[in-house]
Ligand binder design. Structure first.
Ligand code: PMP
Length: 311
């Protein structure tokens, strides 16, 4: 990936991945033998974990000659993947068209327009499904204009994590990681990281995390609640699936900000809450644990959410 980026003469790709692994030591001070480590994915140039999948999808399309010559990238995304595509399109010089429900947060709209992406708004009542249907429709109508990246079905999504995230966690923990926990959006992060970590050590417990309700407020973790389940998702890969209430994620976001000095987004907070639950269970059983999780993005895009002011 680095060689390609250098050949393209653009530093954006070089800055994706190799994020710091942060020890949340104050959170586990009461749990002897337990460490919770979070990958600070906001350190990616687009500000989230989705830079990894988006760049893998884009490089694959470029290598197969599917982008360029007037052909742009098209996908359905209400959030970080869209920001990542928009950044990469601007950096590498191809147009980006995104289908998304019109009720996405004003912060997100600002990022996309700053990068110059085209947005096709869909009815919020139709949720992510409506955006996916619209993208499929546009791709079928104008195949010469659009490469439909389809992050839900594109194997490059999970392979990005198989090739990068998992190996980074393995090296940063010097092979000591005992548990891996990630929230499920498209499921790319969990699928790819889990597959590679299991190859490195089949005894690592890999746990997926999902909101406890389809009407949750956890941006980034809403895909599974739709009728169109991602093709790349294989539920059998998880040792366990943890369900997380929105309120628990909100209070963890505040706790991390106030007790740890780390401002993370709501899906990252939900992942940390799940990690803490596993850490508490391990400590109660008298076991040690090195629990790695993914801090998908920072709180930057969620600062207007009301929960920060409540309680
Ligand atoms: N958290 C946030 C903030 C996200 O934007 C996403 C991507 N939708 C996820 C978690 C889930 O990542 P993945 O799509 O790899 O499952």
């Amino acid at each position: 990936m680095i060689a390609t980026a250098k050949a393209l003469g653009n530093g954006t790709l070089d800055r994706i991945g190799n994020t710091p692994l942060i020890r949340l030591e104050r959170l586990t001070a009461h749990l002897p033998g337990i460490q919770i480590l979070g990958k600070a994915e906001w350190a990616n140039p687009g500000g989230s974990v989705k830079d990894r999948a988006a760049s893998a999808i884009v490089l694959d399309a470029q290598q197969r000659g599917l982008l360029g010559d007037g052909r742009g990238l098209l996908d359905a995304t209400s959030g970080n993947t869209g920001i990542a595509y928009a950044m990469l399109g601007a950096a590498l010089g191809f147009p980006v068209t995104l289908c998304m429900p019109s009720n996405v947060s004003p912060e997100r709209k600002k990022y996309l327009s700053a990068y110059g992406a085209n947005v096709v708004w869909t009815n919020p009542a139709d949720g992510s499904d409506g955006a996916i249907r619209k993208a499929r429709e546009l791709a079928a109508a104008e195949p010469d204009l659009y490469y439909y990246a389809d992050q839900y079905s594109n194997d490059e999504n999970w392979k990005a994590h198989y090739r990068t995230t998992a190996n980074e966690i393995w090296e940063q923990t010097e092979g000591q990681v005992t548990h891996f926990i990630a929230g499920l959006g498209t499921s790319g992060t969990f699928m790819g990281t889990t597959r590679r970590l299991r190859e490195l050590n089949p005894r690592i417990r890999c746990l997926s995390m999902q909101p406890d309700s389809p009407f949750n407020g956890l941006e980034g973790l809403k895909h599974m609640a739709t009728a169109i389940v991602p093709k790349i998702y294989d539920a059998s890969l998880a040792d366990e699936n943890i369900e997380m209430p929105t309120e628990t994620a909100y209070s963890m976001a505040k706790r991390l900000a106030r007790n740890q000095g780390i401002l993370v987004g709501v899906s990252a907070a939900a992942a940390v809450a799940a990690a803490l639950q596993i850490g508490e269970e391990a400590a109660a059983a008298g076991r040690e644990a090195v629990i790695a999780t993914i801090l998908c993005d920072s709180a930057e895009k969620y600062m207007s959410e009301r929960f920060w002011q409540e309680g």
